[in-house]
Design a protein around this ligand. Sequence first.
Ligand SMILES: [Zn+2]
Length: 469
Amino acid sequence: MLRAICFGLLLAGNVGHSTDHHYRLSLNQSLDYISVEAHLGDAVSSLTARNGDTDLLDSLTDCNGERLNARRGRIRIDAEQRCVRYNYPLRQSSRRVSQGSSQRLLFADGVVVTSPSEWLWIPTLEGEDQVLIEVDGPENLRFSVPWRVLDNGVFALGPSPQSSRSNVIFGHFRERMLRLPGTELRVALLDVSENRLSEDKILSWLDAAARDVAGVSGKFPNPNPQIIVMATGPGRRGGGGSAVPFGHVIRDGGEAVRFFVNGDKPLDDYLGDWTATHEFAHLLLPYIESKQKWISEGFASYYQNVLLARRGVYSEEEAWRRLHRSFSRAREIKNPPSPNNTAGRSFWEVRMLVYWSGAAVALLADAELREVSGGKESLDTVLGRLRSCCLPSPRQWRGRDFFAKLDELSTYKVFNRLYEEHADSRGMPDLTELFHKLGIKPAGEKVQLLENAPLAHIRRNIMKKTRSN
Ligand SMILES: [Zn+2]
């Protein structure tokens, strides 16, 4: 999908105090190198790429052909210098991406998965600064990027939380647009050599999961995310034979969700898998500092169960049983740290607490909001307001600020108090009283739902089926 536009138009002035830098990326047929031409909107002293290697920069010059210097991770430039050109090897970059992943990736020929954190050397971006990017290449070249799509077909990269390395994919692969109210998911399908992913199956699965999350507040939380679906190679160990062994959100220059899938599994396995709903639910929150992972993982884990019940994949009882079982396992951790201190311990030791302490806080907040507002407010409505005011967010948030913002957005202030009560207290929040009021009676790993409990209607409403599969 090449976009034919006049590059000259892009060189027009800046808006307000922000700076627009204009980049043109060019690729040749063999996809060995990427050529970059940067027109800087303002005086800058250097360009950097977070994971770039100055030794791999080739033909580094200004636009008059004068050589420029790069050392200690920086391309050095004079204040009056506004144009920089260089080449960067993609194959090398691509190999590193694959090696850095625990998944065994075997892509069909002619697809290069790269990380722009290696080859996109840019000035430091602040506030409204952005890099406007055009991509140019052979007629049949496709590319998938995490950057925001502008109306004129140019991409915009602004400040972002840089949670991990984004992917830009070049070559011959399928890209499909999945349209939902208020959003268009840009889905890249990467096949393994001998096996072609079923487009119908993958898109049906992603559509169901995206609708799960859009249902929280009526709209998917990002208008134009990059979605990457990578087929895992045959004979992979691990993943428990599930349809979607792994998924994760990447917030680096834009929001993206990357999935590794087992293309052989039938559609029903995909529709019954919670991974995509969990990953998309992460986008309901801004990026919260990684040492407080318990907040983002907790909210996503709560919603993965709630939303699969609302779609009818889980019965109400099944959803509560799964939550109860996970909460119980998180309580089994010996000498548990507080949620805020989980980052200081081995992840594998405390992972149940990382995932389920925050889910318990989400449940406590949701139930209390529904109770005190007489059903007018819920976690859904507050997160809907958060989406309207603040998402996607260009920065990292502290947990305390996130909870304060939720209180600011709700009529009933429950979030700060819950944060104060649980973030620095060891182990899991105690849910005994709440379960009693909701009419959830634990019986081993199972639960019995009691209809005469005082808040049974809230229990039912949280999981109420809102659509069919
Ligand atoms: Zn997660």
